[in-house]
Design a binder for this molecule. Sequence first.
Ligand code: UDX
Length: 437
Amino acid sequence: MAMIAHKCAGHQVTVVDINQSRIDAWNSDKLPVFEPGLDAIVEEARGRNLFFSTDVDTAIREAEMIFLSVNTPTKTYGVGAGRAADLRYIEKCARKIAEVAEDDKIVVEKSTLPVRTAESVKRILESNSNGRNFQILSNPEFLAEGTAMADLEAPDRVLIGGDQTPGGLAAIQKLVDIYATWVPRANVITTNLWSSELSKLTANAFLAQRISSINAISALCEATEADVDEVAHAIGTDSRIGPKFLRASVGFGGSCFQKDILNLVYLCEHFGLPEVAAYWNGVIEMNDYQKRRFSRRVISAMFNTVSDKKIAVLGFAFKKDTNDTRESAAIYICKDLLEEQANLAIYDPKVEVAQIQKDLGIDADFDRVTYCESAYEATEGAHAVLILTEWDAFKTLDFQKIYDHMQLPAFIFDGRNLLDLDALRAIGFEARGIGKG
Ligand code: UDX
């Protein structure tokens, strides 16, 4: 919404939430999310044509177009628990719009939703329409965290789905016009509602599948003399495969991949397609295996015990340039190692201590985990260093200095293939990467 406000000075954009402290943060100097480049754009548009407010009703009444951008977490209760998307927030939004709106509205699904959710939104709105006309569009978001501003500035494509009726096509055109302010028209794809909803789940499933595929190969590389980065480069130069999203890692995380695939799996089962469900579920299983495999390798390399050993964990976010930890592989690795009674010293340049405690399910007095202000503090006296997030700053650490202050043998496990293992070995480290024999 900040990008739309930034690009379309003639439109007024009002972001509303029932959470007062969230809105206060959006109106302050410290935004509630860390995203490179976002501050500047918010600052430029805020108060001009970008507003943050808790007055939901007024914003609904005044808007011509309403984006539903609430979260759709994996359901934790009842039918479909652990897999289906929890749509209660979406439904509440639809009911709120039906209750408050005084005239026609275009309602845009921005949240990632299961296929045919628009149908439910439409039915709720239409059965309470009282003569008002509601058009539902699907406009999934493909930005990635950490590069969100660049992704929004020059998206590969913008996808807009809507009813293929005169009213639906007119609504699609209105949203096309907004994006066309800065996105070349050829990059704006329009489809029917269901194709748009399904494309978002499919895009995430394909991206995650590439990572699980290269991670599967990384296990084979470790068992042989192959190097997964060399394999990835060799296959990525095939223009049909392409070089992106082939970085072997400790496992993918983030708010989308796992949730969306679980959702896809659930949908396939719901529509009586168990083989298709099992196929996509394999992507998740491979990711779980990759995370478990990493902690097992750490333990077995360290003479089968990490009990009472100090292990430095560098990076806790699910990827670099974000403070987001949702589904971060680091959470799983840390929990595995804590179960083996290791002592962890965690450093991440952006993640807050309270967040780490929440993710690990521990409180401030839990004494097996310490939170450090720098990588040097975390590695002081440690038996092993784990790189779990690919922060650029980790590449230029003084590893000689780190080695000099560690227990010997000094282990380093690079879960992101970020570092030069040969250089580390020359210092004296027992260095291991992902998919390196
Ligand atoms: C993803 C999609 O990329 C985006 O289009 C969608 O809108 C939201 O979900 P995001 O989760 O922000 O975006 O990050 P992404 O860059 O896709 O990375 C997801 C995870 O995969 C991270 O944990 C990342 O470290 C990991 N990853 C990515 C790899 O392990 N290897 C890779 O080659 C790429």
